[in-house]
Design a binder for this molecule. Structure first.
Ligand SMILES: [Zn+2]
Ligand SMILES: [Zn+2]
Length: 448
């Protein structure tokens, strides 16, 4: 055996336990009780204040590379991921140029990412107005599913689907068993909402009403029901939508739902005027909404938590004028998700096993990554050593993503990632200067 971890606490398939995890050739080959030591070339002993977790899987990351690499890039994003205990990310198809909407663009993306990535990286494809004929080839080339917007995406080269196009796209994807992941806000509702402008957060919030989300989600549910399509709701913010999602699930509609750390951590009431790092779409809503989202996680209506790391330059965030109308939307949090969610989860009585469920087991399931997301014999030895009772204050300037902007700047968070291993090799730790570009590019169902 190459390496063995002796862990007084680990989150395994049966929840929290103590034990040994053995690694050979990058795979987990043994998980044994604490009193049955494993022999290995190297033994890594965890402290009693540390917990061995599976490396997290984050299926919603905007790397923006190539094309808008001044916003983010594969080197910086995957470095941030590794530092945050994330060993697999799946990249979103928009904001890069070209967007990942045909096989050629996917190849450009792969060429850009190859040799640069510190963790494993897969790719979502895009379903846009006009590319329905390209979806099959993209699917065959290994994208994990297809993202669409139902309103302007923010960038002109990634046009939304209108209701008729969404219907057509869902029937096409269902033909070859692919999943549609949806940014669900209704275009017409937003067009008729008050326009966001100025420093006041409340005005921005009013420009992206819950009703716009609720209506779009209802439409997606009914189309999924009609075509027996596999759909996934991205970044759920409106807790109003939870009862209808629960009802659709109970009816057997094939729908899953994610939410994000910022909706679970922050409230509209506390966002200072002009604080554009908090601007994202759909928006961070009121305190009561936040508690209902936690309830949705607890009862299983919400399946998982992903970052929706969507960075840009400080200039585009309009930090100087603090105008929510013109600032680019998106929260930068890739490196912080585990601590941010844990900080809030523990306050509400949830265990680390819940957090691992939401951020590793279920996200790996969502992407069909059977070799990721759990400490189990046969899976990749992607591991994270986490100190849940340690704490730190976020300094955005020291985070590894490209631009020193984050809504979490100055926040105290519980839980520190002390080490990360990718396929059995240590990529984060006190003696490691660089994770060393050991990441691989993943296809749906397989390593490429
Ligand atoms: Zn979105
Ligand atoms: Zn996104």
């Amino acid at each position: 055996m190459d390496r063995a971890f002796r862990a007084p606490r680990l989150i395994g398939e049966q929840g929290e336990t103590s034990g040994w995890v053995g690694v050979r050739n990058g795979r987990i080959v043994a998980v044994e009780p604490f009193d049955r030591p494993l022999e290995a070339d190297e033994v890594i002993e965890l402290g009693t204040d540390e917990v061995l977790l599976p490396g997290l899987v984050d299926t919603h990351v905007h790397v923006n590379d190539p094309g808008r690499s001044e916003w983010e890039g594969f080197e910086t994003a995957t470095r941030a991921a590794a530092e945050g205990g994330i060993t697999t990310i799946v990249d979103m198809p928009l904001n890069s140029l070209p967007p990942t909407v045909d096989a050629e663009a996917l190849e450009v993306k792969r060429k850009t990412a190859r040799e640069k990535v510190h963790v494993d990286v897969g790719f979502w494809g895009g379903a846009i107005s006009g590319n329905l004929d390209s979806l099959r080839e993209l699917h065959d080339d290994g994208v994990f599913g297809f993202k669409c917007f139902l309103l302007h995406s923010g960038v002109d080269e990634f046009p939304p689907l209108d209701p008729a196009e969404l219907e057509k796209a869902l029937s096409v994807l269902t033909g070859f068993g692919a999943m549609m992941i949806v940014h669900a806000e209704d275009s017409d509702s937003i067009e008729h909402a008050p326009v966001a402008h100025g420093e006041e957060y409340g005005r921005f919030l009013a420009s992206r009403p819950r009703g716009a989300e609720n209506l779009a989600i209802a439409q997606v549910i009914e189309l999924a029901r009609r075509y027996d399509a596999r759909v996934h709701i991205l970044h759920l913010s409106s807790s109003d939508a939870l009862p209808m999602i629960a009802s659709a699930k109970a009816d057997g509609v094939r729908i899953t739902v994610e939410t994000c750390p910022h909706y679970l951590c922050f409230t509209a009431e506390e966002i200072p005027d002009g604080a554009t790092p908090y601007k994202c779409c759909p928006p961070i809503r009121e305190a009561g909404n936040r508690e209902r989202l936690w309830q949705g996680l607890a009862d299983g209506t919400i399946d998982c938590i992903v970052s929706d790391h969507s960075p840009c330059t400080a200039e585009l965030k309009k930090m100087d004028i603090g105008d929510f109308g013109v600032a680019w939307g998106g929260v930068s949090s890739l490196q912080l998700g585990l601590s941010a969610v844990w900080t809030q989860a523990r306050l509400r009585g949830y265990a680390l096993t819940d957090v691992v469920d939401w951020m590793a087991h279920r996200t790996a399931d969502l992407a069909g990554l059977r070799q990721k997301g759990a400490i189990e014999v046969g899976r990749d030895a992607d591991l994270c050593v986490f100190a849940p009772d340690d704490a730190y204050v976020v300094d955005a300037a020291r985070l590894r993503h490209r631009n020193p902007v984050s809504a979490y700047d100055g926040r105290a968070l519980a839980g520190v990632v002390r080490g990360t291993w990718l396929r059995g090799e240590r990529i984060v730790g006190p003696d490691i200067d660089s994770p060393g570009q050991r990441g691989q590019l993943l296809d749906r169902d397989a390593v490429r």
